[in-house]
Design a binder for this molecule. Structure first.
Ligand code: MN
Length: 194
């Protein structure tokens, strides 16, 4: 059976500094995400879900398979959405228009998204997704949950598990979330709308 593999980062491990350090990338991608991939491959041995695409596994599984598959799906979207820091980094194209139409301004959107990330109790993820009508929604998901479980199309996510920021920001989760805007690759986010 074909095994899931650790995603290859589309940038060098130090490329996101100083927003996310090389050390954090090393642990987060090289240890945490790699651990979820290894766990899922082991759990799928002999499971009727073996061989299905990752999204289908997330929609059909429960227990340990769901937790590990969900974390892989979430982290693939998370690590795939970054690029080297840019000042005045702004959304592009149809997504920029949709954000302004939905939230009033990019600034208002950022404020609401960060607030949802800062107030999520415990471990989880904050997401920007599109619903079936193309309307944008911000949701908080706990642990390994993904918006596809609500029928939404995930576009952008901030990981608020402590492993995502503790080496660089310690307990200052809001500071970490505020810095992440500098490294969002908005072309990737916009491409997820299609
Ligand atoms: Mn994580």
């Amino acid at each position: 059976m074909k095994k899931f593999e650790l995603m290859v980062l589309p940038y060098a491990p130090e490329a996101l500094e100083p927003v996310i350090s090389r050390e954090t990338i090393g642990f987060h991608h090289g240890k945490h995400l790699a651990g979820y991939v290894n766990n899922l491959n082991a759990l799928l041995e002999g499971s009727p879900l073996a061989g299905l695409p990752l999204e289908e596994i997330v929609l059909k599984a429960d227990g340990g398979i769901l937790n590990n598959a969900g974390q892989i799906l979430n982290h693939n979207l998370y690590f795939g959405q970054f690029a080297a820091p840019k000042t005045d980094n702004q959304p592009v194209g149809k997504l920029a228009e949709a954000i302004i139409a939905q939230f009033g301004s990019f600034e208002a959107f950022k404020e609401e998204f960060q607030k949802k990330g800062a107030t999520l109790f415990g471990s989880g993820w904050v997401w920007l997704s599109a619903d079936a009508d193309g309307k944008l929604v911000i949701t908080q998901e706990t642990n390994a949950a993904n918006p596809i479980q609500r029928g939404l199309k995930p576009l952008l996510t901030f990981d608020v598990w402590e492993h995502a920021y503790y080496l660089d920001y310690q307990n200052r989760r809001p500071d970490h979330l505020a810095a992440l805007w500098q490294i969002i690759n908005w072309e990737v986010i916009e491409s997820r709308l299609k």
